[in-house]
Write a protein that binds this ligand. Structure first.
Ligand SMILES: [Zn+2]
Length: 205
């Protein structure tokens, strides 16, 4: 058993939650530690937690990491101190620290890859819609300039063009944080736009 496994099997999620002052109800639900949660969404199981709202999940070490903003190693050390544990395994050694660090880096890379893909996909969709709107805006201008009789696609272009333009700018030139926020905030809207494009194409224009 390695250092981390030993700690995880010694301290249950519930014990840690009680010790560190996390309020949970009879169903072992508490407010999530990983997102702004007003009603308890996080379930505390024996050896893992899971948030039904944001999907956060992990073990007792992750809880302490989050509560005290610690690395996995430091969170594990804190639990040992707080619960008077003295893991027998000698694997709290250089190699386990290196392994843990590697895992952390790998995880971070994975998140970055996922973000890059989401960003690419979103930009592709926005650009495609932008192109359609531009075309409609240019080609479907009503002859008499009367909007009451205008082609609905022309009106759609008038309504949406500036906003889509601004969205592309933000996702292209925003800071990393702005881009990440963008993906989170507009995820649903981008899916809607994607559906709209498919719908338009399948209508056979
Ligand atoms: Zn959550």
């Amino acid at each position: 058993m390695n250092y981390f496994t030993e700690i995880k099997s010694a301290v249950s999620i519930e014990e840690a939650a009680s010790f560190y002052g996390i309020n949970y109800n009879n169903n072992k639900m508490c407010c999530c530690l990983f997102h702004k949660d007003r009603h308890p969404s996080m379930k505390l199981n024996k050896d893992y937690y899971y948030c039904f709202s944001c999907g956060a999940h992990g073990d007792v070490i992750n809880i302490v990491q989050q509560l005290y903003n610690l690395s996995p190693i430091d969170a594990a050390k804190k639990i040992c101190l707080d619960f008077n544990l003295n893991p027998k395994s000698d694997s709290y050694s250089y190699s386990s620290i290196v392994k843990e660090k590697k895992k952390e880096i790998e995880h971070k890379k994975e998140l970055e890859r996922a973000f890059a893909k989401n960003r690419r996909d979103a930009l592709f969709i926005l650009h495609e819609y932008h192109g359609l709107l531009l075309k409609w805006k240019r080609e479907l201008v009503p002859d008499d300039m009367n909007l009451d009789n205008a082609n609905p696609l022309f009106l759609e272009a008038l309504n949406n063009f500036d906003r889509i333009d601004a969205m592309i700018d933000e996702l292209t030139y925003g800071t990393m944080k702005e881009q990440i926020d963008f993906i989170k905030t507009f995820d649903k809207e981008v899916s809607k736009i994607e559906k709209r494009i498919t719908e338009f194409k399948s209508a056979g224009y």
